[in-house]
Design a protein around this ligand. Structure first.
Ligand SMILES: *Cc1c(COP(=O)(O)O)cnc(C)c1O
Length: 346
């Protein structure tokens, strides 16, 4: 057994293991033989639970990861001559190796600036109206991330503003919800209020970072967009033959609200870390802490000292910028240990 040191705890929320609820469903799904390729009762139950969670009759597909979910969902909204409007820090732009463009056969990403990782209705209008001639890729879909890549959360009002702009411009709205659970827990809203009731046509709902072994759900609230999506999944290598092992863990996660409890716990751990660090001089907060991630600027010497102590964390946010993510598995002792080491290093 490899030694899983707590030093990895804060590198990402996907370093965590499988939560007990998902593990139990997986174990139960392993007891007998069932039909393959998703024609099984586990997959049906998981999809039904997602419909219950969002309180609407949506189309549901299970894929292996977020890159596939985003790329295929966006491809379903676009023709190759269209464009996708997204934040310049968005995962679809910075972390998917061109997969959204690849799976949509060349659809172009148009980048929007915006404070705290958020796009705005004004930003959407500016880009969408900049060119309307045949020489420019026609804007077709807006992609936004909830919780954002900066760890911030769009309020229901902000989402409605964006939805209003997209409707006015005849654009579709896709949500990268790899951390939607953390946003729902943070806002204390009903999931439907920040998804289809806020104008989202297709949602990529994250499971991997919230306690699943792996997997994300692509949820079409606009069911017409899901037409032939199963072929897209199959062609992209995203149709699991033993689908129940991708779908069943969702049952444990959703059935008794574990998804929200785990997300709230992750948020609380980040809040605890924030509280410890607010008390220290020399820590600059880069974005408001609204969910399970904390973004701070530390002196380079402090970063080096933390690395020597074995802490793993990402510093892709520019000079001195450090990201610390908490997950369902993060424990208060881990937070205390990190905070203590940061205080010492300062
Ligand atoms: C983690 C993450 C994803 C999913 O990434 P994969 O590695 O492809 O599963 C998507 N969007 C955001 C914002 C993420 O942080």
């Amino acid at each position: 057994m490899p030694d899983v040191t707590p030093a990895w705890q804060f590198a990402s929320d996907n370093v965590s293991g499988i939560c007990p609820e998902a593990w139990q469903s997986l174990e139960e799904a392993n007891r007998d033989c069932v039909p393959s390729y998703g024609d099984d009762a586990w997959t049906e139950r998981a999809a039904d639970l997602l419909r219950e969670t969002f309180e609407t009759d949506c189309e549901v597909f299970f894929v292996f990861n977020g890159t596939a979910a985003n790329s295929l969902a966006l491809a379903a909204c676009c023709q190759s001559y269209h464009s996708i409007l997204c934040h310049e820090l968005s995962h679809v732009e910075t972390d998917e190796c061109g997969a959204p463009e690849f799976f949509s056969n060349g659809t172009k990403l148009l980048l929007l600036p915006g404070a705290n990782g958020k796009i705005t209705p004004e930003g959407i209008e500016t880009i969408a109206r900049r060119r309307t001639d045949i020489h420019f890729p026609k804007p077709r879909v807006v992609s936004l991330t909830q919780t954002t890549e900066a760890g911030t959360v769009y309020s229901p009002g902000e989402l409605l503003g964006i939805a209003h702009a997209t409707r006015k411009l005849d654009l579709r709205l896709q949500m990268d919800g790899s951390r939607l659970a953390n946003a729902v827990a943070s806002l204390g809203v009903n999931p439907r209020e920040v998804t289809w009731q806020a104008g989202v046509d297709v949602l990529c709902f994250g499971g991997s970072k919230n306690g699943l072994p792996l997997g994300e759900a692509v949820i079409f609230f606009d069911r017409a967009l899901a037409d032939e999506f199963e072929y897209r999944c199959k062609q992209a290598g995203q149709l699991a033959s033993k689908m129940r092992f991708l779908s069943a863990p969702w049952i444990g996660l959703l059935e008794n609200g574990a998804w929200l409890r785990h997300a709230a716990h992750a948020n609380a751990m980040a809040a605890l870390l924030e509280g410890r660090l607010r008390a220290l001089p020399g820590v600059e907060f880069l974005f408001p802490r609204e969910a399970n991630g904390l973004f701070i600027r530390l002196p380079e010497l402090v970063i080096a000292a933390l690395r020597v102590r074995g802490w793993k964390f990402y510093t892709f946010i520019g000079s001195g910028g450090c990201r610390f993510m908490c997950s369902w598995a993060t424990q208060p002792e881990d937070v205390e240990a990190l905070a203590t080491d940061i205080a010492r290093a300062l």
